[in-house]
Design a protein around this ligand. Structure first.
Ligand code: NAD
Ligand code: MG
Ligand code: MG
Ligand code: MG
Ligand code: MG
Length: 334
């Protein structure tokens, strides 16, 4: 049992945006992370240029947010730090377009380690390679910043040729608001493998399967779809909110003793040794590159399995039931 925090965590006082004073940051991409990083850096007084394709629909948005926009190679040419915030699957192609614009001593930066860790991008050995990854979707990175609040983040250095790769990455983390909340030092390998495992086994994959299996069990036993939806999907948010605020203890404390006793005696029967063995297998596939290879090939083939799985998920009965119910109640309007 961990009785102390081993991780190094950096806060605002540990970071100096002076490391970016004379620098221009190119933010390549203006999606979830890109729009948040670019605007937060800009509001923090750091010179930013957004790199987008000529015909990109994001160009108008970036311009109306008051930012300079150029093509990815033009932006990289002006920049000292190039932050790659396009989807992971298109990063190798985008890197090919900008790599000749990186000067010795420039920084190539990521918000996820996939392409470096699995060798899909092999940076030249005369640039710094760093990672600054908010542990949050981009719209919250922006919203928190505007509310003078922070977003927890990660920082890692893969290659340090200048000697101040980490200090500069921390300056960037400060510029987007991550050191306000705390930024944990990690490695590209750890960030990549834990991120993939988490989203596969627990956050995105594990939890949706748990919800669907629970829903199907109730509906097949003759209970109404509406009751099954509320019990297995809607209430999940309330439970997760309690865990988010105060851990498992706060959740168990807040539910009834009956729920607590039932959950403590039944939970491990449902997510049992078999599930644990499957988790270990999923982790091994992340660690040995099996998942990465599969996903890269899937993209090269035009995503046939991915499209099929997406369609099946969209067509699950719980989605139609949920859409109808969310229209009838007011909780969904935040
Ligand atoms: P996104 O899908 O929101 O980004 C889309 C952006 O990339 C758009 O501006 C689009 O114009 C541009 N783009 C798309 N295809 C392109 C192409 N072929 N050429 C040039 N530009 C193209 O991406 P995101 O979710 O912000 O992810 C960016 C990075 O941040 C990824 O490495 C991701 O793993 C990481 N990350 C994401 C999150 C998240 O919650 N979304 C959290 C942490 C880290
Ligand atoms: Mg340059
Ligand atoms: Mg993640
Ligand atoms: Mg991820
Ligand atoms: Mg209940």
């Amino acid at each position: 049992m961990a009785d102390e925090i081993d991780a190094t965590i950096y806060y605002d006082d540990d970071a100096d945006t002076g490391y970016l004073d004379d620098a221009t940051v190119a933010v390549i991409g203006y999606g979830s992370q890109g729009h948040a990083h670019a605007q937060n850096l800009n509001d923090s007084g750091i010179d930013v240029v957004v790199g987008l394709r000529e015909g990109s629909s994001s160009r108008a948005a970036a311009e109306s947010d008051g930012l300079d926009v150029a093509t990815p190679p033009e932006a990289a040419a002006q920049a000292d730090v190039v932050s790659i915030l396009v989807p992971d699957t298109v990063q190798p192609a985008v890197y090919d377009q900008i790599k000749d614009e990186l000067d010795a001593g420039d920084t190539l930066q990521f918000a996820h380690g996939f392409n470096i860790h699995y060798n899909q991008i092999q940076p030249s050995d005369d640039v710094d390679v760093t990672l600054v990854a908010p542990k949050s979707p981009g719209h919250l990175v922006r919203r928190n910043y505007e509310a003078d609040e922070g977003t927890p983040g990660l920082v890692a250095v893969y290659q340090d040729v200048t000697g101040d790769a980490k200090e500069q990455a921390l300056a960037y983390a400060k510029g987007i608001g991550c050191t306000r909340a705390g930024t944990i030092e990690t490695t590209f390998r750890e960030e990549t493998e834990t991120d993939l495992f988490g989203e596969q086994a627990v956050l995105c994959g594990g939890v949706t399967s748990l919800v669907k299996q629970g829903y199907e069990t109730l509906v097949e036993a003759g209970y109404s779809e509406e009751m099954a939806y509320f019990e297995c999907m809607n209430e999940l948010k309330l439970i997760v909110d309690l865990m988010y605020e105060g851990g498992l203890g706060e959740m168990w404390h807040s539910v009834s003793d009956t729920a607590e006793y039932g959950g403590l005696t039944r939970g491990d029967r449902v997510v049992d040794e078999h599930a644990r063995e499957q988790m270990e297998e999923v982790l091994e596939e992340v660690q040995d590159g099996t998942f990465a290879r599969q996903w890269i090939l899937e993209n090269q083939a035009g995503r046939p399995n991915y499209d099929q799985l997406k369609t099946a998920e969209e067509n699950h009965e719980i989605e139609a039931v949920g859409e109808e119910l969310r229209g009838l109640f007011s909780w969904a309007d935040e």
